[in-house]
Structure formats: structure tokens, C-alpha cells
Design a protein around this ligand. Structure first.
Ligand code: SF4
Ligand code: SF4
Length: 315
């Protein structure tokens, strides 16, 4: 559903323009039943070339490793087996969304269905496919993580693969494409001015930065969510909700409420990536002391209370 929001151009026009033939998708294709089973068989036999296999959702391995909690209707075989066999004949394999990449929300808690991601079980390498798996292209599973994942990330990944420009150097250590994983959600967040002065929101509707009190981990989460907004203009933090690091393995179990910042002695436990704690503390106390009244007041309000004042002209 997120992918259908791809714009300028839309998904199907993009595929047409780049010579990608859309073989099948359970929600977007008209083929069902026997037609799909025949298509899958032709992929396995090599009669139909399978350039890119995209998998959505985590894969249940239960009960007892059989995968029979999730059968592919009409085939008498579990999805677990289908995915393993199709991955073995695909030139590229792409996991779409954090469930397919690392397990995601369906693996939270006791995970009774024993679900895992395609090539990861949480942050541990090895899922439905072993750590050593390489598709026909020689690449591991490409992890387009995100919950949901950004339509632009999926389309760009597919086009890069199609054009042979997504190689091992273009993916990060968790196999996420670097074109989005080299950014932090914090980059271009509209609350950056509040962050600079540690002017913090106290409630979700407040304008201030959500790191200190409301659980935002945008300074640690990878993603260009604020550089490449969703649907042309949105992002979690733009909408006033903290970034919960949905592009990372095990984000689903932070061990505290998503909208709370865990603290030790009043200091947030999770500090920005690359920043030594002592520096952060020194900068934070300095910037808090220097917070302009405008920023401090607006931070705990749901609208601008004090607008920026133009500088008085010199006489
Ligand atoms: S709300 Fe989050 S992403 Fe935005 S400035 Fe604050 S820490 Fe950064
Ligand atoms: S802002 Fe954070 S939680 Fe929201 S989509 Fe981006 S990475 Fe995921």
C-alpha cells in the first residue's frame, strides 16, 4: 500500500519506462489460483526469468520448523519453502519492509509463530535464508527496511538493481541501500532549531524537539524521511510524532513506551550517533542557557506563540 503512493512518476509508469515487467503481486495483480501456481512453477523451472524477487512480511517457521502456519493456498506447501526455492533461482532478492528484512512487529514478544526476516533474525544474520546466501547476482538479500518502507526507497532500489548500479559498496552493514541509510532522520527535521537549543516538547502536540521527553531517536535512526518526505510532504516528526527507528532491527521492542525517553539521572540514555556523552552534556547545558525566549516558549506550545522579530533598523 505504501508502494502505491510512489509519485512522479507512479509505480506502473516507472516500471514501463524502465522495461520492468511486473510478474505478480497478491494485491495488485489480477491473476489468482492456478495461473499464479503455474507462474511460480515456470520461475522455478527456469522457463520464466526471475530478475528480482521481492518479499513482503516476515516468514513463519513454526510449528517446529515446518512453516505450515503460512501455507500458499492450493499448493499444499508452506510459504517458507516457496520463498527459499524462488530465492535460489532469482537474480536479485529484495526484502521489502522491516518485517521481511529483520522480522519486525510480527516477531515481537514471544513470537509464537517463530517468524523471522529473509536473511536476518532481528539483528542476527541468518533467517529464512542463511547468512552466506547470495542471489544469482552475488549480492545478499537487499534490505529495504522501514515500517512501512518509503515508496521511493523501493522504486529506487529496483531501478538501481535493474541498471546494475547497486553493488556491495552501496549497501550498509545491515544490507540497507546506502542512498537512504547514509542519512539520519534528524537531517532536515523541521524541529532542528528546537533541538539546537534543547528546547523540548512536553506533549506530542508541542512544537519542540521530541528527543528529551517523547522518545524521538531521529539522531540515531537511518533514513532520509525528512529529506525525501512521504507523499510529497510528510514524515513522522513533521507530523509531531517521534521517530521510533523503524528502519532498524528490533525497533519493535524498545523496552519502554515509544513516546517516552528513557533517562538515567535525568539524562536521556540514547544519545546522538557519533557524539561523546560528555560533549553532548556540555553542549546541551550551554544551549539551554542560551535559548531565546521565542524558541523556549514555542517549544511547549502547539502553535507559534512568539514569532521571529525582524531586527530593528539602525537609526
Ligand atoms: S524531533 Fe527528533 S528528528 Fe526532530 S530535531 Fe528532535 S531529535 Fe531530531
Ligand atoms: S521517521 Fe523514523 S519511525 Fe518514521 S518512517 Fe522514518 S525511520 Fe521510520
Amino acid at each position: 500500500m505504501s508502494l502505491l503512493c510512489a509519485e512522479d512518476p507512479n509505480l506502473l509508469d516507472t516500471f514501463d519506462a524502465n522495461g520492468l515487467t511486473f510478474l505478480w503481486h497478491p494485491a495488485l495483480s489480477i491473476e489468482t489460483g492456478a495461473e499464479v501456481r503455474r507462474l511460480l512453477e515456470r520461475c522455478l523451472s527456469g522457463e520464466q526469468r526471475l530478475d528480482i524477487l521481492c518479499v513482503e512480511g516476515s516468514i513463519p517457521r513454526g510449528p517446529r520448523g515446518t512453516g505450515r502456519y503460512h501455507m500458499l493456498a492450493g499448493t499444499g506447501r508452506p510459504m517458507l519453502d516457496w520463498v527459499r526455492e524462488l530465492a535460489a533461482v532469482a537474480h536479485h532478492v529484495v526484502a521489502v519492509g522491516t518485517c521481511a528484512t529483520y522480522g519486525g512487529v510480527t516477531t515481537a514478544g514471544e513470537n509464537p509463530s517463530d517468524s523471522v526476516g529473509l536473511q536476518y533474525d532481528g539483528s542476527h544474520a541468518g533467517g529464512v535464508l542463511p547468512e552466506a546466501f547470495r542471489s544469482g547476482s552475488g549480492l545478499p538479500v537487499i534490505n529495504v527496511a522501514g515500517c512501512p518502507t518509503h515508496p521511493g526507497w523501493v522504486v529506487e532500489t529496483l531501478l538501481m538493481l535493474e541498471n546494475g548500479v547497486l553493488d556491495q559498496d552501496q549497501i550498509d552493514p545491515l544490507a540497507r541501500p546506502r542512498f537512504y541509510a547514509d542519512h539520519l532522520v534528524h537531517h532536515a527535521c523541521p524541529k532542528n532549531e528546537y533541538y539546537e537549543y534543547k528546547a523540548s516538547a512536553e506533549r506530542l502536540s508541542d512544537l519542540g524537539c521530541m528527543m528529551e521527553n517523547l522518545g524521538c531517536v531521529g539522531t540515531q535512526a537511518v533514513g532520509d524521511c525528512n529529506i525525501r518526505p512521504w507523499n510529497g510532504e510528510g514524515s513522522c516528526t513533521r507530523a509531531g510524532y517521534p521517530c521510533i527507528n523503524c528502519t532498524a532491527p528490533e525497533f519493535e521492542e524498545p523496552h519502554h513506551a515509544f513516546t517516552e525517553t528513557p533517562k538515567f539521572a535525568g539524562i536521556p540514555v540514547g544519545l546522538p550517533t557519533d557524539m561523546p556523552k560528555a560533549w553532548f552534556m556540555a553542549l546541551a547545558s550551554l544551549s539551554k542557557a542560551a535559548t531565546p525566549k521565542r524558541i523556549g516558549t514555542n517549544a511547549t506550545s502547539d502553535r507559534i506563540r512568539i514569532p521571529p522579530q525582524p531586527k530593528a533598523k539602525k537609526p
